[in-house]
Unconditional design. Structure first.
Lengths: 238, 125
């Protein structure tokens, strides 16, 4: 097996997908670099140290079947649907250049921001389409992020409440950003196009990589992580 | 030399001061806080928790990055520095005094370095 791996997700379940990500990071620790591409349907994912009550309209989420998840990395709340693609670079601390390169391959003009986000830049627009976050524990680490391709911004703006004022508590506050879907700039673009471009950029940087499947990971370990990430205690912090 | 020589250092960049029999005060090094950048959140263990040398016992968040902090010793948490929960920036401002926890009943420890050895170790990273 070469030193680099590619894993494509096969589920839209956030707890399962986040568990696969964490298990993959453990699998890669000190040995491999891996690219994992995955999607969640209708899910809010908050940062490790956020207060869910500050970040999410829980009533709206409840009436719209939006699942709530908490990740182990830092940063703010994001909304995922099938118009959003997630990427994870396991065994890497930062591979932003791969995403920038993938966007260049697709024909977008992009730039990174001071908050580690990636923006589309054109004459008429300058807005974020990719939010990024990081996790490190000894030699286990990953960089992951979102790519907005054709996400429902109406739902996003209703379920996320970054401006909600709250006096008590001191969780990490989300910063509301001006966001853009890639399809607004390039109407024909698909999730598969973006996946292909990221794989191409990853292999340009690291060489031909081995495709692995979720069955190559320790299923009982992934299940243990999934149960932890789906628990009320982890998500709500109580 | 950037680190203080009144304490010892672990490879994962924590410092440890052995205060009296079986009691150890723990924090993170100047190098660690500098590498992490401005900290916006700190999670600490609870008093009474058992911590194990070489495994995570706390974590900190800088801009979008959560990093685990490893315990240099095995023992029981006697005290935590609650000021860090409200003011994690204290770790950046004064990492030598911004202790994370005091561990008692210490029964084991990681391989620890002197400040001089730790400075040399940092050079190799």
């Amino acid at each position: 097996m070469s030193g680099t791996l590619i894993l494509q997700g096969n589920s839209f379940d956030p707890y399962y997908n986040l568990a696969v990500e964490e298990t993959l990071a453990g699998y890669c620790a000190g040995k491999y670099k891996a690219l994992y591409l995955w999607q969640n349907d209708n899910t809010v994912v908050i940062g490790k140290n956020q207060d869910i009550h500050d970040e999410v309209d829980l009533e709206y989420a409840g009436t719209h079947d939006i699942r709530l998840a908490r990740r182990v990395s830092g940063g703010g709340a994001v909304y995922h649907d099938k118009g959003n693609l997630n990427f994870t670079f396991a065994g890497s601390q930062n591979e932003t250049d791969v995403i920038v390169r993938a966007m260049t391959i697709l024909g977008f003009n992009v730039q990174t921001t001071g908050r580690n986000d990636i923006e589309i830049v054109s004459d008429r627009i300058s807005a974020k389409f990719s939010g990024n976050a990081y996790y490190k524990s000894g030699c286990t680490c990953f960089h992951h992020g979102t790519i907005l391709i054709d996400t429902d911004f109406d739902v996003m703006s209703k379920v996320l409440t970054p401006d909600k004022d709250k006096l008590e508590g001191h969780g990490v506050k989300s910063v509301k950003s001006r966001v853009v879907n890639l399809c607004e700039v390039m109407p024909t673009i698909t999730v598969d196009d973006v996946k292909s471009a990221i794989i191409k950029a990853f292999e340009e940087k690291f060489g031909k990589s081995d495709a692995i499947s979720i069955t190559d990971l320790d299923a009982s370990e992934a299940e243990k992580v999934r149960v932890r990430l789906a628990s009320r205690e982890w998500i709500y912090g109580c | 030399m950037s680190e203080r020589n009144d304490r010892q250092y672990a490879k994962e960049h924590e410092w440890a001061i052995f205060e009296e029999d079986g009691i150890c005060r723990v924090g993170i090094s100047f190098y660690a806080q500098k590498e992490l950048g401005n900290l916006v959140f700190a999670n600490l263990p609870e008093v009474g928790d058992t911590v194990t040398a070489g495994t995570p016992f706390a974590d900190v968040e800088s801009i979008k990055t959560v990093s685990d902090v490893y315990s240099p010793v095995t023992g029981i948490v006697k005290e935590i520095n609650e000021a860090l929960l409200d003011s994690p920036e204290l770790i950046n401002e004064d990492p030598y005094n911004a202790w994370f926890a005091v561990i008692e009943n210490v029964t084991d420890k990681c391989e620890l370095m002197s400040a001089e050895e730790y400075d040399a170790y940092i050079e190799t990273i």
